[in-house]
Write a protein that binds this ligand. Structure first.
Ligand code: G6P
Length: 607
């Protein structure tokens, strides 16, 4: 969703801001803007639509003079996408310019108060309240104004604030919305996401809620709200800059699909030492694991689908009841969570608003929180008792692929780790699981090689109006993800159904020529799924089946996609791959904006 970047240094700020905003485009946005201090005035340029419009308006930033500035990509919440609603927002006199990610929940009452005091509003946003509030509280000391503003507002925010009285500095703060500080040589940055500044520096400060940052060209100071200076540790980001570039691929999505073997290997390999799974970041003792009463898995989107796989795998291996819930439902359902429960939170970005709030609900009820997160130092990671990082590197395409695969890998490792500690598996089984786990990246790579068949199938079916996915158990869990991928990027209506449930309603939608993608990889329920395939075939469906190499589907399915053979519990890592690739090619055939599908955002930082 919204993105922030800020710069102070010796170079012209605008081109650097535009370049940083470009790196944040993937998060999803519908307008953009920059504000730069030019002597003692603040020069603001904003534009609805793609960043290119802002580039054209500012002559690629060359027409905007000044070396201190802030920029923003906005994903509309309060007020339609428009030039006026785009950030930065200026205070009445033009002394302050503000960029904001998050939502100011009490903005209506603040707005009324400010209107009474004579402030005039030009936009429909909650953010404009902040700009005027700075001016209202400012009596010559910007830090004082900042403290008053953050004491007054409720909600979530990451803010970058320019004040024309301080042309050689700017100020930033965050609460429940991500913001990092980039430390350069004679230049410093703020950004909502490290990819925006990776080109300039890898040295960053993570800042905590309500810490106030004053940035100058050659100095960054962080304060608490009592104005006491806080010493921060410099953290060096080891993400490979090329991971955030397309590197010759037409889209980030296909690049990231191909990066899956590497990402899964990077997630698994360092955690297998001397034939044992070592989860250094997990402080759960054997006793803690034995005492777990119930496990909740909470997440959104594809991360939730990983949780659906997790339920099957963890219950099977650990015999602990697992309930997987969508975070936006969990947080409001008054969940029966106790201190004896483990809550596993899954999130690529580590900043999804609903997931973070669900985590807080569980934490307040005393549960232990273990999160599976891709972004180091993110809000969800910081709020958890234990964190297992996925080492997927930056994921830019909105539709997740490699983050999903690395999350799956972590779920497997965790399940095996706990099953061993619970004494549920023999030494021999443990060894075999680890061997299969280590082989997984190679098998994923082998599965990706089947791109041509999937491109051909996509060219046959991209005109479908509706596509159904069916499967049982783990195949059902993967169907959910396959269906979501297709919907997200190709805009084709699609539904995933537990194969046995189809005949309780949805089968009425099957007619001549309806495409059904049937996952039949699991050994135990293979025959049952074949029966379900026959049910849809006899009602006119065309079936594309995903199964393992050892299975023949001749005479059963119209098209068969084979994946390598492995232990059933690891099959989701393989069966999901053809579904990702199929969706990609279908979207490509339809000419869709694959990396930035309409209406979607990579990081959903509002409820
Ligand atoms: C958005 C993204 C999805 C992602 C979901 C959860 O909807 O488009 O790809 O699965 O958010 O995001 P998270 O960062 O928490 O994994």
């Amino acid at each position: 969703m919204c993105g922030i970047v800020g710069y102070i240094g010796n170079k012209p700020a605008a081109p650097i801001l535009l370049d940083g905003l470009e790196k944040l485009e993937y998060r999803g946005y519908d307008s953009s803007g920059i504000a730069v201090i030019n002597g003692h005035d603040i020069d603001v340029s904003k534009a609805k639509g793609r960043l290119q419009v802002l580039r054209e308006k500012t002559n690629n930033g060359k027409d905007v003079i000044g070396t201190t500035g802030i920029g923003h990509t906005r994903w509309a919440t309060h007020g339609e996408p428009s030039d006026v609603n785009a950030h930065p927002h200026l205070s009445q006199s033009g002394r302050f310019a503000v960029v904001h990610n998050g939502i100011i929940e009490n903005y209506i009452s603040l707005r009324e108060k400010l209107i009474e005091k004579g402030f005039e509003f030009v936009s429909e946003t909650d953010t404009e309240v902040l700009a005027h509030l700075f001016e209202y509280y400012y009596k010559g000391d910007i830090m004082d104004a900042m403290i008053k503003v953050i004491n007054r507002v409720e909600g979530s925010y990451a803010l970058g604030v320019l004040c024309s009285d301080y042309p050689d500095s700017f100020i930033a703060v965050r609460k429940a919305s991500p913001l990092i500080i980039g430390l350069g040589n004679d230049e410093n940055f703020i950004a909502s996401d490290v990819t925006a500044i990776l080109k300039h520096t890898r040295n960053i400060y993570y800042i905590e809620d309500e810490e106030i940052v004053v940035l100058k060209r050659d100095e960054v100071k962080v304060y608490n709200s009592d104005r006491e200076e806080i010493k921060k540790d410099v953290f060096t980001v080891d993400w490979d800059i090329s991971a955030a570039e397309k590197g010759g691929y037409e889209h980030f999505m296909i690049k990231e699909i191909e990066e899956q073997p590497k990402a899964v290997r990077a997630t698994i390999s360092p955690r297998i030492k001397d034939g044992k799974i070592v989860l250094d970041d997990v402080k759960l003792t054997r006793e803690d694991i034995k005492n777990i009463n119930k496990i909740y898995i909470v997440a959104c989107g594809s991360a939730y689908h990983v949780g659906v796989v997790g339920k099957y795998v963890i219950e099977k291996m650990c015999r602990i009841p697992v309930e997987t819930q969508i975070a936006s439902e969990f947080r409001y359902c008054d969940p029966i969570v106790t201190p004896r429960d483990l809550v596993i939170v899954i999130s690529q970005s580590g900043e999804t608003a609903d997931t973070l709030e669900a985590l807080k609900v569980a934490k307040n009820r005393g549960a232990r929180i273990l999160s599976i997160v891709n972004v180091v130092g993110s809000a969800i990671a910081n709020a958890s008792d234990d964190v297992i990082y996925t080492w997927a590197g930056p994921e830019i395409a909105v539709a997740t692929t490699k983050a999903y695969s690395t999350q799956l890998a972590v779920v497997y490792m965790l399940a095996i780790y706990m099953a061993e500690r619970l004494g549920n598996i023999t030494g021999g089984q443990y060894k075999k699981y680890i061997k299969d786990l280590e082989a997984l990246p190679e098998l994923i790579a082998e599965t990706i090689k089947n791109k041509d068949q999937l491109a051909y199938l996509a060219s046959r079916f991209y005109n479908c109006k509706s596509i159904f996915f069916i499967g049982r158990n783990l195949d059902y869990a993967v169907s959910l993800e396959g269906s979501l991928k297709l919907k997200e990027i190709s805009y084709i209506h699609s539904e995933a159904y537990a194969a046995g449930e189809l005949k309780h309603g949805t089968i009425s939608l099957i007619e001549d020529g309806t495409l059904v993608i049937a996952l039949a990889s699991g050994n135990e329920l293979f025959d049952k799924t074949v029966s379900n395939i026959k049910e849809v075939v006899s009602r006119g469906a065309v079936v594309m089946s995903v199964t393992t190499k050892e299975r023949s589907m001749t005479g059963i399915a119209d098209h068969v996609i084979h994946v390598p053979v492995t232990n059933d519990i690891f099959l989701p890592s393989l069966t999901v791959v053809p579904l990702q690739i199929f969706s990609y090619y279908v979207a490509a055939e339809k000419g869709c904006d694959i990396d930035k599908p309409r209406n979607l955002a990579k990081s959903v930082t509002v409820e």
